[in-house]
Design a protein around this ligand. Structure first.
Ligand SMILES: NC(=O)c1ccc[n+]([C@@H]2O[C@H](COP(=O)([O-])OP(=O)(O)OC[C@H]3O[C@@H](n4cnc5c(N)ncnc54)[C@H](O)[C@@H]3O)[C@@H](O)[C@H]2O)c1
Length: 253
């Protein structure tokens, strides 16, 4: 198990207040890491306190990742809380806006690309500065099945997750020889807020997706923990630019 031990490692997890980010932050801390979680509302401080009350080393930083101007100050605050050290960055925060291509507004396009693609790239640039100096670092990106498919009625989300796949590979190409591992998790259909419209009582999409999942169940927040610990630890030291589906087999269904 030493391969997965994160004792003494420091992590930033965006979107750590709920859903997959909360679970992945929890997994990293269970493996021994100290974490800063990012969230868009002051609730992030309460969530961090709740983690501390359970004996974990956790801090909260509030930042709206739609606003590029908030990214660097938030990163610097997080780094100060972690004593200037950083081994792990998990770029998890994400949003979706639903509309057909012809009706996708400029605001939806900019918000979604801002949170899902620009913020992860800028945060990775900032993190890479420390990681390259240390000759070690793990960056975990959050892709989606929609990074492989076009989806329907979610053009900005599709563009953002296609972009996540490409910057994952681009960053791996640039930084792999500097001791960094940059990989992505592509979750399948998971029971979180982002899928509220599909999970809602009576939505036909819930059953349609389920029918294609070989494991015959939607994913839970717990299901991404293992992949995140793997990609954040020495266990993945020779893996770079990979996009790993955690989807109950959806892609091959
Ligand atoms: N749930 C799924 O089925 C699924 C599938 C594929 C990919 N993903 C990806 O996983 C990631 C996490 O999604 P989730 O399922 O946990 O959804 P969620 O809606 O439960 O969580 C999204 C997180 O992003 C944060 N966030 C949203 N807007 C923000 C902003 N402007 N600034 C800062 N933070 C902001 C929220 O605070 C929250 O913590 C996303 O990148 C999503 O695209 C989820």
């Amino acid at each position: 198990m030493d391969l997965f031990d994160l004792s003494g490692h420091k992590a930033i997890v965006t979107g750590g207040t709920r859903g997959l980010g909360h679970s992945m932050a929890e997994g990293l801390m269970e493996a021994g890491a100290e974490a800063v979680i990012f969230g868009s509302s002051p609730r992030v401080l309460t969530v961090a306190q709740d983690f501390c009350a359970r004996g974990f080393l956790c801090h909260g930083v509030q930042a709206d990742l739609r606003d590029r101007g908030q990214i660097r100050p938030a990163f610097e605050k997080a780094l100060a809380l972690l004593g200037g050290d950083l081994q792990i960055l998990v770029n998890c925060a994400g949003i979706i806006r639903r509309s057909p291509c012809s009706e996708c507004s400029a605001k939806d396009w900019e918000d979604v690309l801002g949170v899902n693609l620009t913020a992860p790239f800028v945060l990775s640039q900032l993190a890479s500065g420390i990681m390259i100096q240390n000759g070690y670092g793990k960056i975990v990106m959050l892709s989606s099945m929609i990074g492989f498919f076009g989806g329907k009625g979610i053009p900005s989300y599709a563009a953002s997750k296609g972009g996540v796949n490409q910057i994952t590979k681009a960053m791996a190409n640039d930084w792999a020889d500097k001791g960094l591992n940059i990989n992505a998790i592509a979750p399948g259909y998971m029971l979180t807020e982002i899928n509220a419209t599909h999970i809602a009582e009576g939505s036909p999409r819930f059953e349609q997706f389920l029918a294609r999942i070989p494991q015959k169940r939607w994913g839970t927040v717990e299901d991404v923990k293992g992949a995140c610990i793997f990609l954040s630890s020495h266990a993945s030291d020779y893996l770079n630019g990979a996009i790993i589906p955690v989807d109950g087999g959806y892609l091959i269904g």
